[in-house]
Structure formats: C-alpha cells, structure tokens
Ligand binder design. Structure first.
Ligand SMILES: Cc1cc2nc3c(=O)[nH]c(=O)nc-3n(C[C@H](O)[C@H](O)[C@H](O)COP(=O)(O)OP(=O)(O)OC[C@H]3O[C@@H](n4cnc5c(N)ncnc54)[C@H](O)[C@@H]3O)c2cc1C
Length: 262
C-alpha cells in the first residue's frame, strides 16, 4: 500500500480526543521568574481522570491578538475552529487534580514567545480557557531499582510527580536543565544551567551520552526539547541497545514551532 494511502487510513480511524471544555483561572502564582502556576476550575475537571504521573492535557487559549476564547472542534484529524483556523492549543502536565472540587493546576514555562506562555503571563482570576484530556503518562516500573530522569524546564511538573510517585526503594538520579540559576527549585536533583541561546538540552544529552551501560533494573525517563531527546534516544536505544520498555523519552517542544503533539 502506498505510504499516503496508509497515512490516510490511519488518520481516518484516529480516535477523537475529548472535546475541550471551558475552565476558569482562579489563581495565578509566580513560582520562579521562569515558571507560572495557574489553578483552574471547571465542570470538566470533575470528570477528568488523572491515573498516572506525567500525563498531558490540551489547553486552548485566545490568540494574543484576541479577547474572546473560541473553542475548537475535532475535524477528523485535528482541532479546528468553525472558520477553519487553528486554535492556540498546547499540551501541559496536569497537576494536583481534585475531582471533587473540580480543580487542576498547570505550571507554564515563561519562555517569552508562545501563545500560552504570553496568555499565562497576563492571565488573571476569571479569565477563560478550555481544556481537553488526559493523554497517557508514565508508571514507574515495579522492576525499577534505579530510575534515571532527565528533563528541561517544561518537564519540571512531570518530574516532580515522578519523584513523588517513585517508591523509596528506587535509587533516583535526576537531572534538570534550566536557562537561569533562579529557575531552580528546592528539589533533590542535579541542576544544569544552560543559558538561553545555547543549544537546549545539550547538557542533558551529554550526561546520557557519558553512560556506557544501563545495568538490569535501571530505567530511563526523559522529556524536553525534541532534538536533545532524539540524541538521548539514539544513545540509549542504538548505542546501548536498551529495550524500548526500559526508556520513555518524549519530545515536549521544538524551537521555532509549536509543541509536538498539537
Ligand atoms: C506531554 C507534554 C507535556 C508538557 N508539559 C508541559 C508543562 O507542564 N509545562 C510547560 O510549560 N510546557 C509543557 N510542555 C511543552 C509545551 O507544550 C510547549 O513548550 C509549548 O510549545 C508551549 O506553548 P506556547 O504557546 O507557550 O509556545 P508556542 O506558541 O508553542 O511556541 C512559540 C515559540 O516558542 C518556542 N518554545 C516553545 N516552548 C518553549 C520552551 N519551553 N522554551 C523555549 N522556547 C519554547 C517554540 O519553539 C516557538 O518558536 C509539554 C509538552 C508535552 C508534549
């Protein structure tokens, strides 16, 4: 079958994600000069299920030059607005979900250039957005005796969940990369500071590439800028020959384009 045919068939059977539904900002906190925490409320959050760590939700916000939120609909392959235009829809890690209260927290990197980053900067209690979720996350494997974790700023929310979920018998070796010293949080991790303008993820990839074997019982979780994650995948899967079920490596964003899942 031609590649295009196969692609068309796969797209035709793609299961629609849950539709985005309204949520309201109830609290906005500056966690660091690089991270904003938004607490959201909405009926959809009573029904949301967040059974794993490092899951993801889609957040829809107004574009920077718009005042009104327009909620998109699933058009067979992607969410589009009624006029066919693309929504400002990005992926974030659901935190501190409280189904009874209908509440959820998101932590958004202040990278200074994107639709959601800019919206979060100016968001105030009462502002509206829409949310759809959740997509699959991660379970720390029962067989893990050691977990190696690598992430950039966008992965800090997920990494905090992984740290909290891992059993105390698991030896955790966690590396987080930030663009400025003041972006560091009080966490039991090794911080790497790679200034803005440098290749993102370069120090994380270098740490992984310095590994010459993964002992039995050692698992890897990594998330961050897509090229750095590809370097990590290459080393872990190809150079070290590790089985894919022992390493979960996810590209969370790409320079000069929007997030990797849409
Ligand atoms: C499963 C998953 C979970 C995620 N969880 C989180 C999370 O909890 N918190 C979070 O902040 N992000 C998270 N991300 C990453 C987030 O979806 C992207 O960073 C997204 O592009 C941000 O949207 P934006 O509208 O702010 O910027 P966009 O409009 O998408 O991008 C505009 C420009 O900014 C650049 N850009 C985007 N992100 C960054 C960045 N982090 N640093 C520097 N430049 C950037 C883009 O490459 C582009 O050039 C997650 C992604 C995935 C796939």
């Amino acid at each position: 079958m031609a590649d295009d045919d196969l692609k068309a068939r796969l797209l035709a059977v793609r299961t629609p994600p849950p539709p985005p539904e309204p949520v309201t900002v109830v609290e906005r906190t500056e966690v660091t000069p690089r991270l904003l925490r938004l607490r959201l409320e909405g009926d959809v959050l009573h029904r949301l299920e967040v059974p794993q760590v490092a899951m993801s939700v889609r957040l829809v916000v107004p574009w920077p030059d718009e005042d009104e939120l327009v909620i998109p609909e699933w058009q067979g392959n992607e969410f589009l607005r009624a006029d066919g235009s693309r929504p400002a829809l990005r992926t974030f890690t659901p935190l501190d979900h409280d189904a009874d209260a209908g509440r959820l927290t998101l932590e958004i990197v202040r990278h200074g250039g994107g639709a959601v980053s800019a919206w979060a900067e100016r968001a105030r209690p009462g502002d509206r957005a829409a949310l759809s979720g959740c997509s699959a996350g991660y379970d720390v494997p029962d067989a893990a005796t050691q977990l190696l974790v690598f992430g950039d700023e966008t992965a800090i929310p997920a990494v905090r969940q992984i740290l909290a979920a891992a059993s105390t018998s698991v030896d955790l070796d966690v590396h987080l990369e930030v663009v400025a010293p003041e972006a560091r949080l009080d966490l039991p991790v090794t911080w790497h500071v790679t200034p803005e303008g440098a290749t993102p993820g370069v120090e994380l990839a270098a740490v992984v590439e310095s590994l010459d074997a993964l002992p039995d019982g050692t698992y890897v979780w990594a998330a961050g800028e897509a090229s750095a994650m590809q370097r990590i995948r290459n080393h872990v899967y190809k150079t070290l020959g590790v089985d894919r079920d022992r390493a979960a490596v996810r590209g969370y964003w790409k320079p000069a384009r929007t997030d990797t899942t849409g």
